[in-house]
Design a protein around this ligand. Structure first.
Ligand code: GTP
Ligand code: SPV
Ligand code: MN
Length: 580
């Protein structure tokens, strides 16, 4: 296979000249090709076969122990003007970045096969979908892209039709954490990633293309590329509302997207459209419509069990690639809170010793096609996407943020999104559990200056009067002794129900300085082990804590200087004044 698109053919020739691979393989996306990739990796030890009786077509990959998460300090947005990347991104002049990486890539594929992966983010026939080509020397990346994207022959045909694509150059390199760079050149629709084989660093269609590059294009073209799940909630009358929700990495998107209604909510159904990324466009009717650019999940494994997420638990019993989980004596995958089986080999491949830390890496992941999800929505492939009734922001906050609140209008909602802060998790290298500002859950993923990004968000109010309502949730508030106050998981449907009923003007609320909150009687907590005192704690808005929060947010905003929209400053001042 090769291509009739000259710009693509020329680029591949140029990359091959630089990296000097032994062979070039154009991926066609077929099942035979996937099988051959798996067999190759089984033969060379990149993959380990799991128990094929209980986990058919499941494999374990152990990454380099120093290459287990995204590396935010080595991720750059290289724009001509530094101001365009903003204080929210690492920056390097494009020429300098390219010179540095060109030296890394020179001869880097010698003795290896170069895979050319044409892919399409979004349904192949969607006007909202966008394509890219990833070039990589990693068969693990090629196999993951097979499960996670629409890749191969059909994507190449679309690229040849469109005549344009995002270029993604990836090389595993020596896996030296000191010689690792994830570089983005949004002005040239180019990504260069060197020295990591892991997830968001290496599967370039995901965070690099569908968020960092796409957010830049979306600003120019009037749409939004967001770190959001997309889920449909069907009530017992058969009416479905679609919701998109942004939570930072490892803060519950996959779980909410696949939620199983609790016993108390008979007749309710939940349909998954996406678990990580949403592309949002204004439809002709003025409503915001969402598509999921991805076709599979790269999900957090620890914490997944029959009680928390039965859909995911069942989905990953076949045709799944596991990365950095532990093994049982029966050669089954094991992870913390699996609640069955016993680990004997840890994620590093050593005999499991409880004193050495968790058996599975806290950021161990499953890769699986979305079609395996029992709650996969029939509209997940709809080219025009689904209309969104509510947007939700959230984070992991042990205090301060109540279970749920509603923004007063769109502009206030943009402030609520911009105010997201969350405890850091194992999804990125660095300390875990530190509260940091993560506006719209996009701190690691926005490909341009946050000041311009908020202005872009605010501009939607001038273009439509039918925008979704905006909410904020926190499933992670804790009691002074460290226990989660809210049961979470399936029970989160009770909160989604209030949100939907607010959109239908059917649910009650009380106005507070930070927005509308449900009164205890507005939330259905029947049959839940949540006492009235606990519910009160979950819904508490403490003015002193909130005054401090708003002060901190104001100081954070200062770094954006002139690029901070006036309107956002005004919204902030309004909340400060209301808090007294
Ligand atoms: P990324 O893939 O990194 O973007 O993460 P994500 O936002 O999809 O997070 P995910 O749903 O995988 O959840 C991350 C962790 O949070 C898992 O260990 C879950 O078990 C846990 N979690 C998810 N939802 C809840 C909840 O409602 N309550 C509690 N206590 N934990 C939750
Ligand atoms: C995240 O970190 O938000 C993820 C995993 O979804 S990764 O693909 O590694 O970015
Ligand atoms: Mn994510």
């Amino acid at each position: 296979m090769t291509t009739r698109l000259k710009s693509l053919g020329d680029w591949i020739a140029e990359v091959a000249e630089l990296t000097q691979p032994d062979k070039i393989h154009w991926c066609d996306g077929s099942e035979q090709e996937y099988r051959a990739l798996i067999d190759l990796m089984l033969a060379n030890g990149t993959l380990i076969e799991l128990n094929q009786k209980t986990y058919p077509n499941c494999y374990l990959h152990r990454s380099d122990p120093q290459d287990v998460a995204r590396v935010e300090h080595l991720t750059y947005v290289c724009t001509t003007n530094q101001e365009d990347a903003g204080p929210n991104n690492n920056w390097m002049p494009p020429d300098e970045a390219k010179a540095l990486l060109t030296e890394c890539f020179r001869g880097s594929m010698r003795g290896r096969t170069m895979y050319v992966i044409p892919y399409c983010m979004g349904p192949l026939d969607s006007p909202y979908a966008r394509c890219g080509v990833e070039v990589t020397d990693s068969p693990y990346v090629a196999a993951n892209m097979h499960l996670m994207t629409r890749m191969g022959k059909a994507a190449l045909e679309r690229i040849e039709r469109d005549g344009t694509f995002v270029k993604g150059l990836h090389c595993t390199g020596e896996l030296d954490p000191e010689r690792r760079y994830i570089m983005h050149f949004p002005e040239e629709l180019l990504i260069m990633s060197y020295g990591s084989g892991y997830g968001g660093n290496a599967l370039l269609g995901k965070k690099c293309h569908a968020l960092r590059i796409a957010s830049w294009q979306a600003r120019d073209e009037g749409w939004l590329a967001e770190h959001m799940l997309i889920v449909g909630i069907e009530n017992p009358r058969g009416e479905t509302h679609y919701i998109a929700a942004a939570f930072p990495s490892a803060c519950g998107k996959t779980n909410l997207a696949m939620l199983i209604p609790p016993e108390s909510h008979k007749g309710w159904k939940v349909w998954t459209l996406g678990d990580d990324i949403a592309w949002l466009h204004l439809g002709e009717d003025g409503r915001l419509r969402a598509i999921n650019p991805e076709a599979g999940y790269f999900g957090v494994v620890p914490g997944t069990n029959r009680q928390t997420n039965r859909n995911a638990f069942e989905m990953i019993t076949h045709d799944t690639i596991f990365t950095n989980v532990a093994l049982t004596a029966d050669n089954e995958p094991w992870w913390e809170e699996k609640n069955e089986g016993v680990p004997v080999i840890d994620w590093l491949g050593k005999p499991y010793e409880p004193g050495n830390g968790p058996a599975a890496h806290p950021n161990s992941r499953f890769t699986v096609s979305a079609k395996q999800n029992p709650s996969y929505s029939s509209l997940a492939e709809a080219p025009e996407g689904v209309p969104i009734s509510a947007l939700i922001f959230g984070g992991r906050r042990r205090e301060l943020a109540p279970l749920v609140y509603e923004a007063k209008d769109w502009a206030h909602g943009v402030l609520v999104g911009a105010s997201v802060a969350s405890e850091t998790t194992a999804a990125a290298t660095g300390k875990v559990g530190i509260v940091r500002r993560d506006p719209m859950a996009m701190k690691p993923f926005c490909g341009y200056n946050f000041g311009d990004y908020w202005a872009h968000w605010l501009s939607f109010a001038e273009r439509s009067s039918r925008l979704p309502k905006i909410f904020h949730v926190n499933w992670f508030r804790r009691s002074p002794d460290g226990k989660f106050l809210w049961p979470g998981f399936g029970e989160n449907l009770r909160v989604l129900r209030w949100i939907i009923e607010r959109c239908e003007n059917r649910a009650g609320a009380v106005e507070t300085p930070i927005g509308y909150l449900p009164r205890p009687e507005d939330l259905d907590v029947s049959g839940l082990d949540v006492s009235p005192q606990t519910l009160e704690q979950l819904l508490a808005v403490e003015p002193e804590q909130w005054r401090n929060e708003m002060k901190d947010l104001g100081a954070y905003f200062e770094q954006f200087g002139d690029r901070l929209p006036k309107r956002l400053r005004e919204e902030h001042r309004r909340v400060v004044e209301a808090l007294g």
